[in-house]
Design a protein. Structure first.
Length: 67
């Protein structure tokens, strides 16, 4: 059985890729209504953070087995 952190890392990795893709899409397609800090592109930053954290959890726990 895999530890829970393996699945947390996998989920963070997948969600990070989705958020990053949305951020890249919004970089080229600007919406009609924008927020005050939308010029900082938070989707891109949070996508990168989630990918790094998810990848670290995934790689750290991929070979562990819980009995």
């Amino acid at each position: 059985m895999k530890p829970i952190w393996y699945f947390v890392g996998l989920m963070l990795l997948i969600m990070g890729v989705i958020v990053e893709a949305a951020g890249i899409y919004l970089l080229y397609e600007t919406p009609e209504k924008t927020t005050v800090l939308s010029n900082l592109h938070p989707n891109i930053w949070w996508g990168v953070i989630m990918i790094i954290c998810g990848g670290a959890y995934y790689l750290k726990n991929r070979n562990k087995v819980v009995e």
